[in-house]
Design a protein around this ligand. Structure first.
Ligand SMILES: Nc1ncnc2c1ncn2[C@@H]1O[C@H](COP(=O)(O)OP(=O)(O)OP(=O)(O)O)[C@@H](O)[C@H]1O
Ligand SMILES: O=P(O)(O)OC[C@H]1O[C@H](OP(=O)(O)OP(=O)(O)O)[C@H](O)[C@@H]1O
Ligand SMILES: O=C(O)c1cccnc1
Length: 483
């Protein structure tokens, strides 16, 4: 059987082999994972994927089949393959917990291990965290406009593969969805599964009314009838009312019942349907909607006064259609030469792309009274901020915008938590329920200005003075080589 050890790019393995023969594969180093822009032109990113990542790192090893395949390529030598037989993760990983809100340039995850382990992990680690954070962020944008409405993830059939569907559904929960139609996600992650019926069910019976009655007979407690197969207002809603009335008379009408609309003008149809339900004595009939929805359309439908309180969101969420990739990167921040740690940067003509050197963490500053976030400061590990002293925020990018946060008015939180230490898993992943509750609290730490869909405020993120100085010093030294 092939394993996830092969879920990587060829160049990682060729570099690993090269370093092995150069005797450098065991060199200790530090890599950071961060991203440069929030997806969807948004004001934040919701971190997700850590549980998946832990599972991947814990289990990483090369099977006999993996090794046989590597040999068959003709690229890898037996001595290196022998070494890979014993490969497992021996390093340390520090990460922001799933559900955390994060911002560009911040270290979301720091890996301290050997060169070869860092190389092997990079591709899969980036894939997992980029994908799951992207979908969790999209879902959170939907939640932010949906208020307390029910959000159902319906995307599996349009997902780009099984893994994207399964882990995407989990990420949607971290972003604030209530459930999914995806059964494997439900089974694997203990998520609530939800669903209605397809047009094919309605079309399988001589009449829509018969289709509704039969469904109600089998599923009297979960009764959302698809009302748009033929004519929503002239037939679908009246047929639904007939079934609700029959159930009410029989004393079997459940507390949660209603219809789903999947085409036409969802605002108009939902308002008309609600009026018809109310006139028939069913004012609490739920109106669910689906049809290529996303956060923008839901916001627009709400502006139009729609009577929808349950939303099925598929394609646009599971594929993150309007921002389909997250550009998170994994860059070396330093390496040990003997016992000495040498911080490193990746140079670029584009100032934004120059990486931050050193072993870093992120300190988050909250207003003590409101609990809202004020800023993030990227620090060199070990640096502290004393909340009993004034804090001066001053970015080296925009020094003229400096400001003081008065002593005693703020709290400080360290964002990266130890996950693996020297190969040992030291972190107990929270349950999905706990992650969801934490993710809700996290988004509440942002003022609405950071959450709006269009042109949100940019969170204040700066380097500490020591980090800025170190970066400047390395940049100056590197630049001197090209004078
Ligand atoms: N009131 C509305 N305002 C804005 N967009 C809407 C409104 N009602 C529906 N939409 C959206 O417009 C898009 C097109 O919907 P429409 O039902 O016209 O096309 P359709 O999906 O091709 O329908 P059908 O299944 O009948 O062919 C969908 O994304 C839908 O969610
Ligand atoms: O529109 P999305 O956000 O992607 O949500 C999922 C869609 O999948 C279903 O349609 P489909 O036409 O695949 O099947 P159906 O016959 O059940 O309507 C459902 O009715 C939604 O329209
Ligand atoms: O249960 C539903 O209504 C459903 C599930 C998947 C896709 N579309 C709709």
């Amino acid at each position: 059987m092939y394993t996830n050890a092969l879920l990587t790019d060829l160049y990682q393995l060729t570099m690993m082999q090269g370093l092995y023969f150069e005797g450098k594969h065991n060199q200790a180093c530090v890599f950071d994972r961060y991203y440069r822009h929030n997806p969807f032109n948004g004001g934040y990113t919701v971190v997700a994927g850590l549980e998946h990542l832990i599972d991947y790192v814990k289990n990483i090893h090369f099977s006999d089949d993996d090794l046989a395949y590597l040999k068959s390529t003709g690229i890898f030598e037996d001595t290196f393959l022998d070494y890979l037989k014993r490969f497992h993760f021996t390093g340390s990983i520090y990460a922001m917990p799933e559900g955390t809100v994060a911002f560009p340039q911040e270290v979301l995850l720091r890996v301290e291990t050997t060169k070869d382990e860092s190389l092997l992990l990079e591709t899969c680690m980036s894939m997992i965290m980029n994908h799951e954070s992207l979908i969790a962020t999209k879902a959170r944008r939907v939640r932010c406009v949906a208020g307390d409405d029910t959000l159902m993830e319906f995307g599996l059939r349009r997902a780009q593969g099984a893994s994207a569907g399964v882990y995407g559904a989990r990420s949607a929960m971290i972003g604030g969805f209530n459930g999914t139609s995806n059964m494997l996600s439900g089974a694997k992650f203990g998520m609530p599964v939800m669903g209605t019926m397809a047009h094919s069910w309605v079309m399988s019976f001589p009449t829509e009314l018969e289709a509704f009655r039969t469904y109600a007979k089998h599923y009297p407690n979960s009764l959302i009838l698809l009302a748009d197969t033929y004519n929503t207002l002239k037939q679908g809603v009246p047929d639904a009312i007939t079934v609700f009335r029959e159930m009410k008379e029989a004393g079997t009408l459940p507390s949660f019942y209603g219809i789903r609309l999947d085409s036409g003008d969802l605002a108009y149809l939902s308002k008309e349907a609600h009026k018809m339900f109310a006139a028939a004595g069913f004012p609490d009939a739920v109106i669910a909607a689906s049809n290529d929805l996303d956060e923008n359309l839901i916001a627009e439908l709400k502006l139009q006064g729609c009577a929808i309180s349950s939303w099925g969101v598929g394609t646009n969420l599971i594929t993150a259609k309007d921002s389909p990739s997250m550009g998170g990167v994994f860059k070396m921040a330093g390496q040990y030469e003997g016992d000495k740690f040498i911080p490193k940067i990746k140079m670029s003509d584009n100032a934004e792309k120059i990486s931050n050197p050193g072993r870093k963490n992120v300190l988050r500053i909250y207003d003590k009274t409101t609990g809202k976030m004020k800023a993030d400061i990227i620090i060199l590990e070990g640096e502290t901020i004393d909340p009993s002293k004034d804090l001066r925020l001053s970015s080296d990018k925009t020094p003229w915008r400096s400001r003081i946060i008065p002593a005693g008015s703020f709290t400080v939180r360290t964002m990266l938590q130890p996950v693996f230490v020297k190969g040992e898993l030291v972190y107990t992943p929270p349950t999905l329920k706990d992650i969801m509750a934490y993710a809700d609290q996290e988004i509440d730490t942002l003022w609405p200005e950071y959450k709006r869909l269009v042109n949100p405020e940019t969170m204040w993120v700066q380097r500490s003075t020591r980090l800025s100085e170190l970066r400047h010093q390395i940049l100056t030294e590197e630049a001197a080589h090209f004078q």
